[in-house]
Design a protein around this ligand. Structure first.
Ligand SMILES: [Zn+2]
Length: 286
């Protein structure tokens, strides 16, 4: 920024470019090493044939039924990561791995079509149960593992599996000790059995279909972040002529809220894997 508060021309130019024209690729980007770490962790757990493909998209997610992992595009570009940091709450290395393991849990279910099995349904519940936007988690429940904030495992059977998978996959999570005496232990043990059963077999469903990819994101960088900021800053804080510069100022003044406000209007419990449109430009997932 210049002293007068105007963005520098090069920065302005960057903001005005459509995201799809930035040439973002996962390969060779800063986020690639996390995907490689995920694959090593899968290998260490005996899942030698399960290598879910990853792609850049608008946020974390695994399209329902598709064994493929969506990673937010800003993690593949240093300047975009800075922008994310200024307007939201950029994931650190630990959080990136938490999301990747969670999404890998969904992908694992879909790749091996586990949700059709009787045992999966018995342990986690019906896969087709509708998502409830305003579920009320039981904070002290020992029926579920705890991984992402918001007692996310309690949201839906599919999320319960993904969260259980993430805990099971995390190196040194010490789940045998931490969950001793919990009902959740039965779910964790099921994963051990599954790994022995399918770990050396190719998944029946090897490839998944992406939803929107970074190459299809028509919005400019400014539009993407403008909209995101508008969603989380109270209307009363926005002047009618608010521009990106103003939003940055508000963000720096501490009004930028946490990531989950952007993920959903319904609070922290819905901050990931929501399957409805977030109202951002180019968000067509449902
Ligand atoms: Zn999920």
């Amino acid at each position: 920024m210049h002293d007068n508060g105007q963005p520098e021309p090069a920065y302005q130019e960057f903001l005005s470019r459509p995201i799809r024209d930035l040439g973002l690729k996962l390969e060779g980007s800063p986020v690639e090493r996390f995907v490689e770490q995920l694959y090593r962790e899968l290998d260490a757990k005996g899942l030698t044939k399960f290598r879910p493909a990853c792609y850049l998209t608008d946020e974390w997610g695994c399209p329902s039924g598709e064994p493929i992992i969506g990673i937010p595009f800003y993690l593949a570009h240093a300047a975009l990561s800075e922008l994310e940091k200024a307007t939201h709450d950029l994931e650190d290395s630990r959080e990136i791995m938490m999301y990747l393991r969670h999404e890998a849990g969904h992908a694992f279910t879909y790749a091996y079509r586990l949700h059709n099995s009787q045992e999966w349904k018995q342990l986690f519940g019906p896969f087709r149960r509708p998502y409830r936007e305003n579920y009320r988690p039981a904070p002290f429940s020992r029926d579920y593992v705890r991984h992402l904030p918001g007692w996310y495992a309690q949201k839906h059977p599919d999320e319960d599996f993904a969260e259980t998978f993430a805990v099971w996959l995390t190196p040194r999570s010490n789940w045998r000790k931490r969950y001793r005496g919990w009902n959740a232990m039965e779910k964790l043990r099921y994963l051990d059995r599954l790994a022995r059963k399918v770990g050396r077999s190719d998944p029946p469903r090897r490839r998944g279909r992406t939803d929107i990819t970074v190459d299809e994101m028509d919005a400019t960088v400014a539009e993407f972040y403008h909209q995101a900021a508008r969603e989380e800053i109270a209307v009363t804080e926005l002047a009618p002529d608010t521009d990106l510069r103003d939003i940055f100022r508000v963000a720096r003044n501490g009004h930028s809220s946490k990531r989950w406000s952007r993920r959903s209007k319904n609070g922290p419990e819905n901050w990931i894997c929501a399957r409805t449109s977030r109202g951002r430009p180019n968000t067509s997932r449902n």
